[in-house]
Design a protein around this ligand. Structure first.
Ligand code: ATP
Ligand code: ATP
Ligand code: MG
Ligand code: MG
Ligand code: MG
Ligand code: MG
Length: 268
């Protein structure tokens, strides 16, 4: 293409390359999902279908972006951890976040009817995205721990709040009842008043979802074939057919060392 007199405008674009040796993480979050979940009658405190749809969309992102080594999701958010050494899109932060979030949003809408067969999607949801860089493995692990602790705190709060509401309290009264309570108080309300042992609630609600590429146990994965996966099947490297590494969806603790000892390749 020949240069035109207008070409100079490109110089207004600022470079936004992720620093070398850092872990790029893109976090997406649903815009106003308080309203979205209400309008689409999500079960409260936790709608499992909605969480699974989020994870389906996250897998679509991972199928399209092979340098995402791990994704962690809870509520209306998902974090995508790129390989420290990724050269995808020249490490341009805006490219990474915009491609992740647009792929995620379109996949969320595309797969909606598989997870909510009886519920019409009333309007197109939006998600925000940001790229953040973490310079050490400890920072990366602390980031994921931060999100998982957030999942736990919100889930304990929401579970107690909705138990009170479902028992007949108004939302305002339930809010009032929970004002100033500690985690131990909430556990006690759940157990004494509702016979709920918080630790027995489903792991997906308490821990969120981790998606990784399982290099160890490919035989355990039976994915539903999707357009994204089919495309990845055809992807070739030096002319050779590459079998995609299967994705594994887990609801486990990522704070303690155990997870990182089982999957040490994640920190490569
Ligand atoms: P913002 O646009 O600032 O992110 P938001 O309304 O999306 O606003 P968040 O802090 O992101 O606020 O919280 C997401 C809200 O979406 C939760 O508080 C919860 O009400 C709802 N939500 C998300 N996922 C689920 C789910 N699986 N089941 C039930 N409710 C959900
Ligand atoms: P990249 O991911 O780098 O953007 P790309 O394939 O999208 O790759 P572009 O430079 O953005 O490359 O070009 C978009 C291409 O999409 C065009 O070259 C053309 O082939 C096709 N295309 C887009 N819109 C139309 C259209 N309305 N009709 C026919 N072809 C189209
Ligand atoms: Mg928010
Ligand atoms: Mg949100
Ligand atoms: Mg959120
Ligand atoms: Mg294009």
């Amino acid at each position: 293409m020949t240069n035109s007199q207008f070409e100079y405008v490109r110089k207004f674009e600022l470079p936004d390359m992720c620093l070398p040796n850092c872990w790029p993480i893109v976090r997406i979050d649903g815009k106003n999902f308080h309203k979205f979940s209400h309008k689409h009658e999500f079960e409260k405190p936790n709608d499992a279908r909605a969480l699974k749809l989020m994870s389906r969309a996250a897998q679509e992102v991972m199928n399209g972006m092979v340098d995402v080594v791990l994704a962690y999701g809870q509520s209306d958010e998902y974090s995508f951890v790129f390989k420290k050494s990724t050269t995808s899109f020249n490490r341009r932060a805006s490219k990474l976040s915009s491609l992740v979030v647009s792929q995620f949003a379109s996949a969320y809408v595309f797969h909606w009817k598989s997870f909510f067969p009886d519920k019409e999607l009333l309007y197109p949801p939006a998600f925000d995205a940001r790229t953040v860089l973490y310079p050490s493995d400890k920072n990366l692990r602390d980031y994921l721990s931060w999100r998982q602790v957030d999942c736990h705190i919100n889930n304990l709060q929401n579970t107690t709040f909705w138990a009170l509401v479902h028992s007949g309290l108004t939302p305002t009264d339930a809010q009032e009842r929970l004002k100033g309570t500690l985690a131990s108080d909430k556990n006690e309300i759940l157990f004494a008043q509702f016979g709920i042992n918080y630790n027995n609630l489903e792991q997906i609600f308490r821990k969120g979802t981790v998606v990784i590429r399982d290099k160890k146990k490919p035989q355990t994965f039976q994915p539903a074939a999707t357009a994204g996966e089919a495309k990845e099947n055809k992807r070739t490297e030096r002319g050779k057919k590459q079998i995609p590494t299967p994705l594994l969806e887990l609801h486990v603790d990522v704070i303690k060392d155990e997870f990182w000892k089982i999957y040490p390749h994640l920190l490569d």
